[in-house]
Design a protein around this ligand. Sequence first.
Ligand code: PEP
Ligand code: MG
Length: 577
Amino acid sequence: MTSLRGTGVSPGVAVGRALVVEHETGPVFRLSLTPDGREAEVLRLEQALAASAAQLEAIKERLSREVGAKHAYIFDAHLLMLRDPLLRDRAVEEVRQESVNAEWALRTVSESLHTLFSQFSDAYLRERSTDLDDVIGRVQLNLRGSPGAPSLARLPEPVVLVAGDLRPSEAAELDWDRVLAIVTDVGSSTYHTAIIARSLGIPAVAGLKDATRRIAPGALVAVDGVRGEVVVDPSPEALATLRAAQEQHRREDERLRGTRGLLACTPDGVAVRLEANVEFPEEAATAQLYGAQGIGLFRSEYLLGRGLRFPTEEQQLDVYHRLLEQMHPFPVTVRTWDVGGEALGPGPSSPNPALGERALRLLRRSAEPFRVQLRALLRAGAHGPIRIMFPFVSGVSDLRVALGLVEQVKAELRAEGTPFRDDVPVGINIEVPSAAVVADLLAAEVDFFSVGTNDLIQYLLAVDRTNPRVSSLYEPLHPAVLRTLAGIARAAEASGRSLSVCGEMAGQPLQAVLLVGLGFRELSMAPSAIPRVKEALRAVPAAEAQALAARCLELSSGPEIEALVRDSLPEVVAPGG
Ligand code: PEP
Ligand code: MG
């Protein structure tokens, strides 16, 4: 039995067999083969190698024809590598001896070849490492397309998913019904996969650093998403303890769902609207189960899936329409495509994707996906209270480009005679520090603000929200964060704009109380977080929360603020305080 420690990012307990996934050119699975599956796997590997060789020959020939033979020599080197027994025979041997799938065998061989290359004193030879990646990447791609290739969309059985980094684009197409729990090397609680796991009520532990190395495929794994613990090959006693925790979690969840009919109102009569954040349309049902008064954030980019194909206008209209129907009479806020960056995408597009061409910034390259989405949203407005939200706005200039597109789309719809709602509220996610600084200017242009604290904290404190090595520096109660939130609240109040928080802070009872103290009256969170936040708000008068927030704003560090809040709030809000 081995115990690994990470951060519990989605509560609950689960026990199951591990499915290990890693990335190279895409997800690389590590699967155990049965003895009679080995030869079929060797065949699959050989076919992928042959397909890769044929492709390289074709490229070489075309290059020789079009630009001359001397430029084609590089592909001779690639072909030699591909046919080298160091690669080919060792990969086959790996499949046969270790009973692993072809993808994993290739990965293992590639690692040992990289080590070998790095030891060469000759710089030219050392640099062949990049060629090796190229060659291996091609074979991996060919394997992926081959019959029998494993896929996240078709999991063979219920599994505990063990991944280095489960990209949101993969999460979007995952066969969620068969995922018992998620365990990742990277990430912390605002990591996208953690957010989805919470939304779907799947236990998860993130930031384990080397779980993919330490958990063998097929091993029995017990995951405790509350304590952040992953036990490999648990003893019968450990299993019994975990099962008891599982049962307790189930009972507590049942009790919490029972609060769905209660009002989210402080003892001194201040009503707070509690909404749900969802990634998949099916989650609207869960949102209702937990008593959500609307969808405060629909992360629409999850409609794209791994192929990164934008759905058509009609497909989107259907999704938005169904969301409105299900949430009736409550509003549904749809965030426009937040692609690029860490949020979704084929992989890092630059060394610094979080600061790169993300979300609205893509509009400068192609307006089409946004135009189609706005058409669908404005048309959906004719069926119910939909709201449009632009993410990643950094100031008035980029906002105006987006607002200009809204007007252009309305004119288009009007000219065609297509029914739509003219006064669909348009708002923004405040999640870039510059937007927070100029919140007063932005307020003049939009109908509402929703603060995306996940990104806001990341950018304000310069702490990567996915990197477990710096997760202790990710401080929601840092004075800079509280001052920034207070400033945004003032700007919204002065202009009479509606104001909410849709980052993970909203779903933490203690932080939610502080947000109310700072003037926020709408909070949007994972559906299952709603009951606990409601309990907390019902226990603390808004006037007290306000006085507490004012005192916090005078303190100079996160730990001091946290200590004061814990001391001041009742047990139900700050357990152990
Ligand atoms: C945020 O940044 O707080 C937010 C709600 O959006 P996301 O987590 O999808 O970046
Ligand atoms: Mg964000």
